[in-house]
Ligand binder design. Structure first.
Ligand SMILES: [Zn+2]
Ligand SMILES: [Zn+2]
Length: 166
C-alpha cells in the first residue's frame, strides 16, 4: 500500500505539466498579487524540490535493490543440519540406486570412497554430498530438502530453555 502511494507521487514528480504550471502562475498573478520575481523564485524552488525528491527516490531504489540482493544471498546460503547429514545411512556399493556419484561423476567402487544415502534415496560419495550440503540443503538430483542448520539452532535453543526451567 505504501508502495502504491509512493509510486503515484513519483509518477506525478516525473510528469511535467506546463499547462498546469502556467495556470498556477496566472492565478497567482491575478488573485494573489504575486510579482514576476516571486513567481520565478517559486518555479525555481519547485524545480529544486522536484530534483531532491527524484534523488531521494533513486536512493530508495538502490537500498531496495541491495536488500533484495542480500535476501537472495541468504536464501542461496542455506546449509543442511549437521545432525541430519550425520544421520544419513552409509550404503555399500550394490545397495544404492545409482552406479555413480552425480556430483563428481565418478563411479562407485566396491571398497572405495564412503557413500551416503539421502532420505530421498539418492546416494553420493560422502565427501561430495557433505561438501554440497554445507552450502545448500537440497538434494542435487531431486531437490529434496534436509532440515536446515537454522532448525538445528532453534532446537538447541529450545533444549537450553527447557533445561533452564527444570
Ligand atoms: Zn562424488
Ligand atoms: Zn534426491
Amino acid at each position: 500500500m505504501a508502495e502504491m502511494i509512493m509510486n503515484e507521487s513519483r509518477r506525478r514528480l516525473m510528469e511535467e505539466d506546463p499547462i498546469a504550471d502556467e495556470e498556477r502562475r496566472q492565478r497567482r498573478r491575478r488573485y494573489g498579487g504575486w510579482t514576476e520575481e516571486a513567481l520565478d523564485e517559486d518555479d525555481r524552488e519547485r524545480a529544486r524540490y522536484r530534483l531532491r525528491m527524484l534523488e531521494a527516490y533513486r536512493q530508495l531504489d538502490e537500498v531496495n535493490a541491495r536488500e533484495r540482493e542480500e535476501e537472495e544471498e541468504r536464501k542461496r546460503w542455506d546449509p543442511a543440519s549437521r545432525k541430519a547429514m550425520l544421520a544419513m545411512p552409509l550404503p555399500v556399493v550394490g545397495e544404492t540406486r545409482e552406479q555413480d556419484c552425480a556430483i563428481c561423476l565418478e563411479e562407485f567402487v566396491d571398497g572405495g570412497k564412503k557413500l551416503r544415502m539421502m532420505p530421498c534415496s539418492h546416494s553420493f560419495h560422502q565427501r561430495c554430498i557433505f561438501e554440497w550440503l554445507r552450502r545448500g540443503r537440497r538434494c542435487p538430483i531431486c531437490r529434496y530438502e534436509l532440515p536446515s542448520v537454522r532448525e538445528d539452532y532453534l532446537l538447541y535453543q529450545q533444549q537450553q530453555a527447557a533445561a533452564s526451567v527444570s
